[in-house]
Ligand binder design. Structure first.
Ligand code: ATP
Length: 348
């Protein structure tokens, strides 16, 4: 049986349809990333799961049992928000112990659980401090520990890393993933940071305009996007309006009215002669070079279309206005009716 099951979920605020007919299932112990542009409906979905918002229609089931009518405190959910939302007048210990005290757990049980979480979240030695005596990263760890203390069956995280510096954020992400794996707790986190979702999540759900565009592993979402929106939202890409310029692809009748979306890593660029498969290459001109630290991002003009690709620092330097050759390995083609991935049959 699926741990979490959502069927035909809708939320209408006044005249505004914020969540549109969303259905999905989540297996126990999975870490799911809800990713999408601002205003897409991610937080509304999370709030309905938590019981903080009532669905306009649809079913929410935990272990097969409908929870639509259950109040938040009876759903067994832990919540971590973007802003730490810790109790300022309570120590780290008391913050973590809060949910257990509400449940009237015995003192020794509370102590044991809190100290276990203090250890697990790397907060040993900090348990007598107050929130203002902690760094942002430490405060967020306290928030995790507090949410985990009552042993929730589902952990919901709303942009948990948004308020934290980039470097600490990267550390916290890895830490969170490891901790959730260790505890085996089903978790859903909202983010608008695609890198974060790709790195951390077992599965990503792309939400846009209130709809679920795609649900799949980060690999699937990146390599096999289901819609043009997903393809352009995840990863970097260039759009080719006139696919006729793509040399080497057997486009056929179907593809005539298509557009193509091509990721930088699917394009190889070289000085004339540098790419061996001459018959499959097409000419292009270097427009600009952007230094990325570990490589160049090269902006190219190919028959009036702008394409972006990478070039290793090890290879001979390209310069603006230089005439080069490119080989497109893979493209995502789409028109109004359908979409599909094409590989260049001539590539080695
Ligand atoms: P963000 O990334 O900006 O937090 P989101 O994907 O989480 O966005 P939601 O917060 O779920 O999106 O909001 C979805 C839409 O519903 C938005 O247009 C928002 O303005 C609207 N909305 C959310 N809550 C309410 C409310 N209580 N009343 C009216 N409209 C609301």
């Amino acid at each position: 049986m699926q741990h979490i099951e959502v069927r035909a979920l809708n939320k209408v605020f006044g005249e505004f349809h914020a969540v549109k007919d969303i259905s999905f299932q989540i297996e126990r112990g999975k870490l799911i990333g809800l990713l999408g542009p601002s205003g897409g409906g991610k937080t509304s979905i999370l709030r309905m799961l938590a019981g903080l918002e009532t669905p306009t229609s649809g079913d929410i089931r935990f272990h097969g049992a409908r929870v639509n009518e259950l109040p938040p405190q009876e759903r067994g959910i832990g919540f971590v928000f973007q802003s730490y939302a810790l109790f300022k007048h309570m120590t780290v210990y008391d913050n973590i112990a809060f949910g257990l005290k509400v449940k009237k757990q015995p003192r020794n049980v509370i102590k044991e659980r809190v100290m276990y979480l203090v250890e697990l979240t790397g907060l040993k030695g900090f348990q007598h401090r107050y929130p203002h005596q902690l760094s942002g990263g430490q405060r967020q760890r306290v928030a995790f520990a507090r949410a985990l203390a009552p042993e929730p069956q589902l952990l919901l995280l709303d942009e948990p890393f948004a308020a934290i510096d980039a470097k600490i954020r990267a550390e916290l992400r890895t830490w969170l993933k490891e901790m959730i794996e260790q505890l085996g707790i089903t978790s859903i986190f909202v983010t608008h940071d695609q890198e974060e979702a790709i790195e951390v999540a077992d599965e990503i759900m792309i939400i846009s305009g209130g709809r679920l565009e795609q649900k799949g592993s980060p690999w699937d979402i990146y390599r096999h996007p289901a819609t043009p929106f997903v393809a352009s939202f995840i990863g970097e890409s260039s759009i080719v309006e006139n696919v006729g310029v793509l040399r080497g692809f057997e486009l056929g009748v179907l593809a005539r009215d298509c557009k193509a979306l091509i990721r930088p890593e699917y394009i190889e660029v070289g000085k004339p002669g540098e790419i061996k498969l001459a018959s499959a290459t097409m000419p292009a001109r270097v427009k600009r070079l952007h230094f990325r630290g570990n490589e160049w991002m090269v902006e190219l003009d190919a028959a009036g279309t702008t394409l972006m690709t990478y070039r290793s620092l090890e290879k001979e330097l390209l310069v603006p206005e230089e005439e080069v050759c490119i080989l497109v390995h893979r493209a995502y083609l789409f028109n109004d009716e359908s979409s599909w991935i094409m590989e260049n049959p001539l590539k080695v």
